[in-house]
Design a protein. Structure first.
Length: 340
């Protein structure tokens, strides 16, 4: 795997940033954010992880007996609550990020209100984020970029994120069900294109919503914490779904009540945004494929089946998923690993 290419030398040059982002599909900025502010967010999250039993000490050492995957309601609740912490919103609106995206786009920027936290347990490789593109999840405009920020040092065995440089030129790729965050993967061998490096608190990795990326193996003893913050030009269309909390598990008033008075609450409402309906067809196709895979005994469909059971609206499909999970559990086979 090749190292990430440092773009700090182009930080103040918008056209050069845009050209490099268009060519490679990503930009990497070591030390862009103050490490103290990133670690403040980490410190605010750790007590909740300790209360759930996910960690066994203040370093973030994982309790593997308490592993839950991305489909668990506990994860969804924590993503929502941590996504509105004062330290989260301060990072999302940090002048260094806003100024960077303003230069990159050459126009006013919109931070998307939905912020996604990631809690990657070690040695659960079949559940790490598969190789995928963000566009089917975010939609709206192909000019969306994600800022991936490790909440703590991701070095050595901790792994991190890897980017298939140049894959943004392939357009939207076919999808299939997968284990891990998001539950959808793209096919393809990106050998020779993968870029990844050790990253430390304060480092920021940006990538386009059509850039293929994946989680790297976490072979440490620690839960790997990170946050996905997404940005787009304010004038571009935004899907209505991304103006609501994750999975709509809560409302904004419910979440904001825990931290009243923030200047960042409902910030997007002051703009005249162009909104568009969310296209659920990607998820509908994934769910149909998941049921077909399960019927063939493929345990990689498990995460899709759990999503259908937990959030599906079709009673017949939910019943099929429940039965498919029962049959897969009875088979006793090991889940296939994710894409490397």
């Amino acid at each position: 795997m090749l190292p990430l290419q440092d773009s700090t030398s182009d930080l103040d040059d918008g056209p050069r940033l845009a050209a490099r982002a268009a060519a490679d599909g990503y930009l990497y900025f070591p030390g862009l954010l103050p490490a103290t502010e990133v670690l403040e967010l980490r410190a605010a999250m750790l007590p909740d992880l300790a209360d759930l039993g996910w960690i066994i000490d203040h370093t973030g050492r994982a309790n593997l007996n308490k592993f839950v995957d991305d489909t668990d309601a506990q994860v969804g609740e924590l993503v929502c609550r941590h996504g509105v912490l004062p330290s989260t919103l301060s990072l999302q609106h940090h002048p260094r990020l806003i100024d960077l995206f303003t230069r990159l786009y050459g126009e006013a920027v919109l931070p998307l209100p939905r912020v996604l936290m990631r809690y990657n347990f070690p040695r659960r490789d079949q559940h790490r984020t598969p190789q995928h593109q963000d566009f089917p999840h975010v939609q709206g405009t192909a000019r969306v970029f994600t800022a991936w920020i490790p909440l703590g040092d991701c070095v050595g065995d901790m792994g991190g994120l890897k980017i298939a440089a140049g894959s943004n030129h392939l357009g939207a790729l076919p999808l299939h069900p997968a284990m891990g965050a998001g539950g959808m993967a793209v096919p393809g061998d990106f050998s020779g294109q993968w870029h990844g490096s050790d990253m430390r608190a304060g480092d920021v990795l940006l990538f386009n919503c059509l850039t293929v990326h994946a989680g790297r193996t976490n072979n440490s003893d620690l839960i790997r914490l990170s946050v996905d913050m997404r940005y787009q030009p304010r004038a571009e269309p935004v899907t209505e779904e991304w103006l609501h909390p994750h999975r709509r598990q809560f409302s904004w008033p419910e979440l904001y009540a825990a931290h009243p008075g923030s200047p960042h609450h409902y910030y997007w409402r002051k703009y005249q945004l162009r909104t568009m309906p969310y296209d659920d067809s990607y998820y509908a196709a994934r769910d149909r494929m998941g049921l077909q895979m399960a019927a063939a005994g493929d345990r990689r469909a498990e995460a899709t089946l759990r999503r259908i059971v937990g959030r599906g609206t079709d009673p017949e499909q939910r019943a099929q998923a429940i039965e498919a999970l029962r049959l897969l559990a009875a088979s006793g086979e090991e889940s296939a690993p994710g894409n490397e």
